[in-house]
Each structure stands twice: as C-alpha cells, then as structure tokens.
Design a protein around this ligand. Structure first.
Ligand code: NAP
Ligand code: MG
Length: 472
C-alpha cells in the first residue's frame, strides 16, 4: 500500500487545509516509512460537516442494507489481511506472526460479527403501550491509540456504522497507515460518501478539535486515562455522550491448587504479547506464599524465552515497543521498581545488546513486589511483569482490587466454580477463567478508572444507539 498524502473526507482523498506532516517510523530500526498529513481544526470541521450531511441518508438506510455493506467491508479486510499484518508490523513493531493472528485476524472477526449483528438486531421493541425505537446517536468522533491500531478502529467503526451513525476517525499518530488502509477498505466496500471520514493528525490538535466539536454527538475514545479524563470532562460540559476505554493494571490470580506451571506460562505470554502494550494485560501475577518462589523461578524462565528480535524475522516473539519515548518511559518504570526495592529476576532497564537502533526493552520480571509500589499501581505498557505474594484468598482479593483500574483479569483454580466465585468479587470488566480464550463478541470495558461503556458484540452496538418511546 502507498501512503496517502491526503485525508479521507466525504468519500475522496483530499489534501489537508493545515500545513505539517507526521513521520511514520519503524520502531525496530528507526527508519522513516512514510509521511501523512497532520490535519488541523479546519480539516476536522470539514470531516464533521461531511459526516453530518451523510447522517440522514445513512441512518435512514434499512439495517439489512447496512449489514450488507458491513459484510462487504469484512470481505475486503479478509482479502487484505496479509497486507494489514505487514503494515502493523512495520509501524508498530509487533512480530509478524502476532500481527497475522491478532492485529489482522481480530478486526476481520469483529467486522464479520457486526455484519451478522446488524442483520439480526431488532431496532424496535414493544413495552406495554409503547413502541421503543433504537435510533443512531448521530455523528461519532472516534479517537484511537496505536497498540492494537486496526482492532481499536474496527471496534468503534463497525458498531457505529451498523447502528446507522456516521463518523470521523482520528487515529494515533504512530500508526496512521493501517487507518488509511481501513479508509480504502470502506471506500472499496461501497459505503456512501461522508459516512466514514479519516483525519490523521496530532492528539492535542486534531484529536482535541474532534473531541470538543459541537456537532459531534458521541465521542468514543481509547487511550490513556490522563487524556480520557479530559475528554470525559469536556463531553460532560457539553452534555454529549462519551465512551472511554482506558488503561489497566490487571491481576492474574493463581489460587492454591491451580496448575501453577500452566498458569505462569500463560500469564507470562499474556504480558509479553505485543511487547506488553495491551491495556488488558495481566501485569500483576498473584501467587500464594507457599508456592511463591516456585512461581518466580517459572516466570523468570518463561520470560527468558521472549528474546528480542526483528519483528519481520520468522520466529520472533518479542519486538520493540512503539517508539523511543515509550522505551524511555518503560525503562524509567523498571528503574523505579528497583529503587523501591523490588527484586529483578529477569531483564532490566538496559537496551538489550545488539538492539541499540530500535526501541527495545528486555522481557522483565520483578519479584517481591508489594501492592503499594509504583510498578504494582501504574500502567507501564511494556514487557514488564510484577509477581506479588498473598497470604490467603481474602488477601488476594484485596490486592487484585487494590488499584484505580478494573479492565481485565484472570483466575486459575483446580475447581472452576471456586474461580468463578472469586471472579464475581473482582472489580473488573473481564475475567478469563483457567485460560478461557478471548471472545470478540463479549462485552469489553472497564470498571472504575478503566473507563465508561462497553465495546464489541451486541453491547458494543448499544453504545451507538439512543431510544425514543412512542406511546400508542
Ligand atoms: P494517548 O495520548 O491517550 O493517545 C490515544 C489517542 O488520543 C491518540 O490518537 C492520541 O493522539 C489522542 N490524543 C492525545 N492527546 C489528546 C487530546 N488532548 N485530545 C484528544 N485526543 C488526544 O496515549 P499514548 O500517548 O499513545 O500512550 C500513553 C499511555 O497511554 C501508554 O503508555 C499507556 O499506558 C496508555 N495507553 C492505553 C491504551 C489502552 O488501550 N487502554 C492505549 C494506548 C495507550 P496522538 O497519537 O497524536 O498522541
Ligand atoms: Mg500521545
């Protein structure tokens, strides 16, 4: 794919009104891959106007026709999945096999699920003497991060379009190329002009203009809690809908009696995947005192298998993080962990030998982490695992619930019912029981400061609908 030196507005690629460009770099070696326009407030205005103009036509299109176009979009993404994986590997740095299995395959699955949901959903119900209509919220402003760049776009665009909303997307500055591919796919699928618009640009410029735009009805944001808090406050002031998918510090609770070797192996894999840049990663592993040292040894040995490598080379399991700034941020957290007295059992803050040209972090495991330490409280967003000790089940629950976050988690037990009972008491939006696999149709979203709202499946569609009651 050739990068577009343009924004996708009202069905065509057109030059930005604003000057300035974003450089897209490959974090594995620092080479510049492309430049794309840095759109400004005027460009956001044009994109929102196009979305507004397209809204009556699209919201009035029968759901079955909307579903058919989502099916066509699913087909285009399916046909281009290899290209998607290659682009994400280059601009994000994730190993190619992971890009194929996750960065390409999950958006394909999610777009397919919304083609089905749009076809089957009843956009009308009867309650007593009322006909309740489920109508699109209107114009959506979507702001997405770089860590699962296409997944996070599709998790907003597919339900928004299925619901009958029109939208403007501001993708992350680090990963605009896969967003451009998505705009191409929307055009190829045959969506009417103006239904989907793309403005690449900087967060505090294009992102903020979109979030604060008075003609946007719903802002859907995924990213850091710091930015999400500001977007939520602005939306509250303007009395508009907002959905926030924010950070996490999820607990992987290994109960006494669980299969320790398996729980640790899967837990380490969960943290190292995507170089630890996963909002739902289980970055805190909780182990009972009796088996604590055994778990630490297993975790250090498992982490050592994630040798850093070139993401385009076959067999690489750990690529770089997204950019040099993120590398410094993660290294700073590792130094902080050492300073606060945690015991480094794998990795460390130094650049792995031979990888000085890229944004690499060694797979890192900390033992003797206590709940109040910075590395046990704050989202690091790098390949860093903290192993914490608990005394009994109540202690494990207190530690698991003891952060401001609540996005995901895991529980392992020899007795599934015991694990489910524990999970019921966790303050978090998703829990995987004994390694239960990711379900792209299950509601995803945060308790506490991990966010507001749910994405994926029928619950995700609901975020883009508002109700009107007709009394007969
Ligand atoms: P971020 O700044 O929150 O970025 C997310 C999106 O918001 C990007 O498109 C960004 O644009 C945009 N943005 C930034 N400032 C904005 C503003 N004032 N108004 C409107 N939009 C704005 O996150 P980040 O800088 O990429 O990453 C920082 C940390 O956030 C990470 O280390 C991680 O802890 C966390 N994070 C969490 C998730 C998650 O899924 N929960 C995802 C990514 C990051 P730019 O790309 O131009 O900045
Ligand atoms: Mg940023």
């Amino acid at each position: 794919m050739q990068a577009h030196d343009a924004l996708f507005i009202d069905g065509t690629w057109r030059p930005a009104a604003a000057d300035g460009t974003l450089q897209v770099t490959n974090p594995a070696n620092g080479t510049v891959l492309a430049t794309v326009p840095a759109g400004g407030p005027e460009d956001v205005d044009a994109a929102v106007a196009a979305a507004r103009a397209a809204l009556p036509g699209w919201s009035g299109t029968p759901p079955a026709e909307r579903a058919a176009l989502l099916g066509a979009l699913h087909d285009v993404l399916t046909a281009r999945r290899e290209e998607i994986a290659e682009i994400v590997t280059r601009e994000l740095g994730s190993p190619l096999a992971f890009s194929q299995a996750v960065h390409a395959a999950v958006p394909v699955a999610v777009s397919g699920s919304y083609a089905r949901i749009a076809a089957e959903h009843t956009f009308e119900e009867r309650i007593g003497n009322s006909r309740v209509l489920h109508e699109p919220v209107g114009v959506v402003g979507a702001i997405t991060p770089w860590n699962y760049p296409l997944h996070q776009i599709v998790a907003k665009a597919a339900p928004a379009l299925a619901a009958g909303c029109t939208m403007v997307l501001k993708p992350a500055e680090d990963t605009p190329l896969v967003a451009q591919l998505f705009a191409e796919a929307v055009a190829e699928a045959g969506f009417p002009a103006g239904v989907f618009n793309l403005v690449t640009g900087l967060g505090p410029v294009a992102g903020q203009a979109l979030a604060e735009h008075e003609d946007v009805d719903l802002v859907s944001f995924t990213g850091s809690t710091a930015v999400g808090r500001r977007i939520g406050a602005a939306a509250g002031g303007a009395v508009k809908n907002v959905a926030l998918e924010l950070g996490g510090k999820s607990a992987n609770v290994i109960l006494p009696g669980a299969d320790l070797a398996r729980a640790v192996k899967v837990g380490v894999a969960n943290v190292m995947a995507n170089s630890g840049q996963t909002c739902s990663a289980w970055t805190r592993m909780l182990v009972d005192a009796a088996r604590y040292e055994e778990a630490v040894e297993l975790a250090a040995a498992a982490a050592a298998k994630y040798a850093p490598g070139d993401p385009e080379a076959e067999g690489t399991r750990l690529g770089p993080v997204v950019n040099a700034r993120q590398r410094e941020r993660v290294a700073g957290y590792i130094e902080q962990g050492v300073k606060e007295g945690a015991r480094l059992v794998a990795g460390g803050p130094e650049v792995p030998e031979g990888f000085e040209r890229g944004a690499y972090v060694a797979p890192t495991v900390f033992a003797d982490v206590t709940p109040e330490m910075t590395i046990a409280q704050e989202e690091i967003f790098g390949p860093v695992l903290s192993v914490l000790r608990y005394e009994d089940t109540e202690d494990a629950l207190r530690i698991a619930n003891g952060t401001v976050y609540g996005l995901a988690g895991a529980v392992w037990s020899e007795d599934e019912e015991e694990a489910v009972a524990f999970a019921r008491r966790m303050e978090t939006g998703q829990v995987d029981i004994n390694g239960g696999r990711f379900n792209p149709q299950a509601p995803f979203g945060g308790y506490k400061q991990s966010g507001v709202g749910r994405e994926l499946g029928p619950h995700g569609l609901g975020e883009y609908l508002q109700t009107k009651s007709l009394q007969l």
